[in-house]
Design a protein. Structure first.
Length: 622
């Protein structure tokens, strides 16, 4: 009976559910695409002999899409939660009527959950059907941008359907669970009330969850001095989500108060600002529902942007601190470049960066391992042991970076199986060196270990020319000579360009969800105020004043959410800066103002446009 009522409710009153449908459909497409790509990547790795570069591309692709799907599912929860929270708030009299005629709290709850499940089934079906073409388009875009040169064959459609469909239903039920519990608590007397008083105090569960989520970052501050830069970057990806959950738990108190505070300077100048401020201060549901997606996207996107920028600053500072040669020669894939420089008379230092593919990890995944001539690498790239001793490096020893040692828990003296060229070498970690990802990889082996095996063509050669004339030496080759600082700047620009592309992939879907949630919250909130708008018009308020009031209200709430999101971004940036400045003395600080301001402008613009559209619709229909 209640499930039939759920179906009828969704069919007759579909507009409030449109935002949840679109968000769940997009989430299903992304999850299905991630599963499709994961299966295709696994098949490609197992079916063909790929180069190490291609394996790295595929591994990076899997990680990127997985993180994208995770962020998207997290944002979808906000859309579904805010949608059903509004739906329940707008139907208090209807729910009270059901209770009055004998419906039990569990039946009411089952009706709300049935509505969310119905929306999820429809959205999941649409998303599953679109996941296959979306995968094709996504792979085509990556190949067009030169980020992937491996042909991927999509898996059977049933695999992504089997994963993405249940995920859509799970997200819908989880997002509407709290709203269904609130609906079950509606008393029969609500059917007789013309207005309801919104509860401002958070529940015990919300207080508990919020306190834990907000307490964890505070605990991080106490131990931040012990974090390595890499660990801090990893933590910075998770901290914004935890903080957002904690802040949303107290959203009914926090955002009305902060929005009222932001509106205080304007109340004496504009009567519509005064009215909007009072509405925001006395409301709970609308400010909290509107602020949640704005806070989520501004905090998560802002933190990722700042984290990537500060990480690029860190790697650039490492390059400048450790690179000892005045010149760097880019070979352009020409093997003659490195051969001429190494064989030339008068060259003081010549250190080609050569690599070889090897298996070191327990999962059998291949890595690119740097093959070094220790004296040349020490003079050119400033290899410095932080544990162990480079002097102990023998033919069966390897050197790892701090990042690699942290990831695998490898210490000096630990044995590691190195499988290279069909050979199995029982190597020992001789030393742990500082990170410098642009100068060398995470694992370095002596040339004597792989003396009989072919190496990749060096991409760069770190050179101190001494008395040699490099321009004459490299005439007729693809080599390009750069000053060390110019080469570092070029690498930094390439890194930031790659980061920007990755951010588009990661945050594009999340931004779409945030836009859906913002517009949905504003429009549904406006639709609930027909009686209030009608009363204001009877008292003499003009259409222009009502629209200005709606704009002020949405702007104050959006501004409050952006202030809190900016605080979260600032906290994450502080964590990373603390770690990188302890690791490297002189680290620049590049604040990406343009993308941060773009987030702010987009969120405020969407909020104000939605408020204007909603207010026009209401004033015309009253």
């Amino acid at each position: 009976m209640m499930l039939r009522l759920s179906r009828q409710t969704v069919r007759r009153s579909w507009p409030p559910y449109a935002g949840a449908f679109v968000a769940l459909a997009c989430g299903t497409v992304l999850v299905g695409t991630a599963v499709n790509l994961a299966a295709a990547v696994d098949a490609a790795i197992n079916a063909s002999d790929l180069s190490a570069d291609q394996r790295t591309q595929l591994a990076d692709l899997s990680s990127l899409v997985g993180v994208m799907a995770g962020i998207s599912v997290f944002m979808a929860l906000f859309v579904v939660g805010s949608t059903f929270g509004f739906v329940v708030a707008s139907r208090r009299r209807e729910l009270g009527m059901l209770r009055l005629i004998g419906a039990t709290p569990w039946q009411v709850r089952r009706m709300v959950l049935g509505e969310s499940a119905l929306v999820a089934v429809l959205a999941g079906a649409a998303g599953c059907l679109l996941s296959a073409p979306a995968t094709t388009v996504f792979v085509w875009a990556l190949r067009a941008r030169g980020l992937l040169d491996v042909a991927l064959e999509p898996s059977a459609p049933w695999l992504p359907w089997a994963v993405a469909g249940p995920v859509a239903i799970g997200v819908a039920l989880l997002g509407s669970w709290r709203s269904s519990a609130r609906a079950a608590r509606v008393a029969p007397a609500a059917a007789l009330r013309e207005a309801g008083v919104e509860r401002r105090r958070p529940s015990v569960v919300a207080i508990t969850i919020g306190s834990v989520c907000l307490g964890a970052p505070i605990a991080l501050m106490a131990v931040a001095d012990h974090f390595t830069p890499l660990f801090t970057v990893v933590v910075s990806i998770l901290v914004p989500e935890v903080l957002v959950i904690g802040l949303v738990c107290f959203g009914g108190v926090l955002f009305p108060w902060l929005a009222g505070l932001l509106g205080r300077p304007f109340v004496d100048r504009d009567v519509t600002a005064r009215l909007a401020r009072e509405q925001v201060r006395t409301a709970v549901r609308m400010p909290a529902a509107l602020a949640a997606p704005i806070l989520a996207i501004s905090a998560i996107a802002g933190s990722l942007i700042v984290a990537l920028s500060f990480t690029a600053d860190w790697t650039t500072a490492l390059d400048r601190e450790q690179l000892r040669t005045p010149l760097v020669v880019e070979t352009g894939g020409d093997p003659a470049v490195a051969e001429r420089i190494v064989a030339a008379q008068g060259v003081a230092v010549a250190d080609p960066r050569s690599t070889i593919s090897a298996r070191l990890r327990p999962d059998g995944e291949r890595d690119l391992v740097d093959v070094i001539d220790l004296p040349a690498a020490t003079q050119a790239r400033g290899l410095t042991a932080v544990e162990g001793s480079l002097a102990r490096l023998g033919a069966d020893d390897i050197v790892v970076t701090e990042t690699y040692a942290f990831d695998l828990g490898a210490d000096v003296g630990d044995p590691i199986d190195v499988r290279v060229g069909g050979q199995r070498i029982r190597a020992t970690v001789a030393a742990v060196v500082r990170d410098a990802p642009d100068l060398y990889g995470e694992v370095l082996v002596p040339r004597a270990m792989v003396a009989d095996l072919p190496l990749t063509v060096p991409d760069v050669v770190f050179v101190d020319p001494g008395s040699a004339d490099l321009d004459a030496l490299l005439a007729g080759t693809a080599g390009r000579v750069l000053a060390a600082d110019a080469w570092i700047d070029s690498v930094d620009q390439q890194t930031r360009a790659g980061n920007s592309l990755g951010l588009w992939v990661l945050l594009g879907p999340a931004g779409l969800y945030a836009a859906i949630a913002i517009v949905n919250a504003v429009l549904i909130g406006a639709s609930q105020r027909r009686t209030q708008v009608r009363t204001a018009m009877l008292l003499g308020a003009t259409d222009r004043q009502l629209r200005r009031t709606a704009l002020w209200e949405a702007g104050l709430v959006g501004g409050a959410a952006l202030v809190v999101g900016g605080a979260v971004t600032g906290f994450v940036g502080w964590l990373i800066r603390q770690a990188v400045t302890r690791d490297v003395g002189a680290v620049g600080m590049t604040i990406p103002w343009l993308p941060l301001l773009a987030i702010l402008g987009t969120c405020l613009g969407l909020t104000l446009v939605a408020a204007l559209v909603g207010s026009r619709r209401i004033t015309r229909s009253v």
